[in-house]
Ligand binder design. Structure first.
Ligand code: GSH
Length: 206
């Protein structure tokens, strides 16, 4: 499998999960501005949507959309329990979290990157985001990870997007349960390895 990634993006979450699962994979860095790979070839030929993450399987199929990739990976090794069994009530709860992260947290934080947006509009969206943080806190005060006492794929996704708060002057210490979650996640060997591998890979020249 090949994981197409860019540093400091949501593609960190499938990267973490690949390492948590101990699956073999190749990491391919994308220049997210030029949409080129290191050899000058066109990332749009891999994912016409033009964004990471994209997972290319051995049969050539390319899977996109973080929540789909995460569940696909977890199902390759169901015995690890990174996602509950497909078709179970617990699996639907996981999908509820993945959808919440993608639409409320990922999208909510991503618009803070928009340089064209006036500061007062950004502030308005920050306040909405902070309400959503309240929902995360309720879960993380009850158990160490989103779906219970054990790490799962939703945690990798939440971690990857909450890392962006450091770019926007959002101090997670204001939500102690979130700050503790981030510390717990950062301490995981797979997370350390993923961050180090992404840092070590040179930026594409194109
Ligand atoms: N709906 C996609 C969104 C992926 C996404 O937003 N990727 C960002 C990085 S976090 C990206 O590559 N953006 C570059 C672009 O849109 O040009 C998913 O959930 O996987």
């Amino acid at each position: 499998m090949k994981l197409y990634f860019a540093p400091d993006t949501c593609s960190l979450s499938p990267h973490i999960v690949l390492r948590e699962l101990g699956l073999p994979f190749e990491l391919v860095r994308v220049n997210n501005q030029s949409k080129k790979l290191a050899d000058g070839s066109d990332f749009l030929a891999i994912n016409p949507k033009g964004y990471v993450a994209a997972l290319q399987l051995e049969n050539g199929e390319v899977l996109t959309e973080g929540p789909a990739i995460l569940q696909y990976l977890a199902d390759l090794k169901p015995e690890t329990g990174l996602a509950p069994q497909n078709g179970s009530w617990e699996r639907v709860r996981l999908q509820e979290w993945l959808n919440f992260i993608t639409s409320e947290i990922h999208a909510g934080l991503a618009l803070q990157f928009n340089a064209a947006m006036p500061p007062e509009v950004k502030e308005m969206f920050k306040q909405k985001l902070f309400k959503r943080f309240g929902h995360l806190v309720q879960a993380l005060e009850r158990h160490e990870y989103l779906c219970g006492p054990r790490f799962g794929v939703a945690d990798a996704y939440l971690y990857a997007v909450l890392l962006w708060t450091r770019f926007f002057d959002i101090d997670l210490e204001n939500w102690p349960a979130l700050a503790a979650f981030m510390q717990r996640m950062t301490a995981r060997p797979a997370v350390q390895a993923a961050l180090a591998a992404e840092r070590a890979m040179p930026a594409p020249a194109y």
